[in-house]
Design a protein around this ligand. Structure first.
Ligand SMILES: CC(C)(COP(=O)(O)OP(=O)(O)OC[C@H]1O[C@@H](n2cnc3c(N)ncnc32)[C@H](O)[C@@H]1OP(=O)(O)O)[C@@H](O)C(=O)NCCC(=O)NCCS
Length: 164
C-alpha cells in the first residue's frame, strides 16, 4: 500500500486535483464528467464546499503530489441522510490502496457530518468503478436507465449504497 497523507482540500490543491481528474476525463469511459475542468472552476468548487459536504485529497508522502481525491455531498435526488460520493485516483497510481484509504477517511467524516448512508452513481460500463465500490461495501440499489452522454451514447448509471 502506497504511503499517503489524507487531509481536507485547500485552495492551493486546485492544480494538483486537475492533474488527477483531467487525464481521467480525457481518457473517457469511466467518469460521467465529459468536459475538463479549468483552474477557475476547480478553485470555485473548493471555495464553495458546503457545510454538509467535504473533499479530501490523498498526498503521496514521497513526492508530495496529489494522487487522488474523494468528495461527498448532498444531492438533489437524495434524502438528507444520504451523501453522494465520488472518487478519483491518478492514472498510473491505481490498485495501490489509495481509494480504500480515502474511503476510510471519508466514511468517518460523512458519519460525523450526520449522514447514515452513502450513495455512489457509477456508469454501467465503468467496470473498475463498480468493482471498487463493491469492495468498499457498497451494494446495488437501483439503475438509472440510459442516461445520455454528450456524444449521444446512452449509458445506464448503477446506484450503489452503503450504510455508514
Ligand atoms: C475506481 C478507483 C477510484 C479505484 O481506486 P484505487 O486506488 O485503484 O483503489 P484501491 O487500490 O484502493 O482498491 C480498493 C479495492 O477495490 C478493488 N479494485 C480497485 N480497482 C479494481 C478493478 N479495476 N477491478 C477489480 N477490483 C478493483 C481492489 O482490488 C481493492 O480491493 P482490496 O483492498 O480488497 O484488495 C480508480 O480506479 C479511479 O480513479 N477510476 C477512475 C474514476 C472512477 O471511475 N471513479 C469511480 C466513479 S466516481
Amino acid at each position: 500500500m502506497v504511503k499517503i497523507l489524507i487531509r481536507p482540500v485547500q485552495i492551493e490543491d486546485a492544480q494538483g486535483m486537475l492533474d488527477v481528474i483531467n487525464p481521467i476525463i480525457r481518457a473517457g469511459g469511466t467518469s460521467a464528467i465529459e468536459v475538463e475542468y479549468s483552474l477557475e472552476t476547480q478553485c470555485d468548487y473548493i471555495a464553495n464546499i458546503g457545510p454538509r459536504a467535504a473533499c479530501n485529497v490523498a498526498i503521496e508522502e514521497a513526492s508530495s503530489a496529489i494522487v487522488g481525491f474523494q468528495g461527498y455531498e448532498l444531492h438533489a435526488n437524495l434524502p438528507d441522510h444520504i451523501a453522494d460520493i465520488s472518487t478519483f485516483v491518478r492514472i498510473g497510481e491505481r490498485s495501490r490502496g489509495i481509494g480504500r484509504q480515502l474511503c476510510d477517511f471519508t466514511f468517518k467524516s460523512a458519519r460525523a457530518n450526520g449522514f447514515t448512508e452513502i450513495n455512489a452513481a457509477i456508469r454501467a460500463d465503468n467496470f473498475e468503478g463498480l468493482a471498487f465500490y463493491s469492495r468498499m461495501g457498497f451494494r446495488d440499489h437501483s439503475v438509472l436507465r440510459a442516461k445520455p452522454l454528450k456524444n449521444g451514447k446512452r449509458v445506464d448509471r448503477i446506484l450503489k449504497r452503503r450504510p455508514l
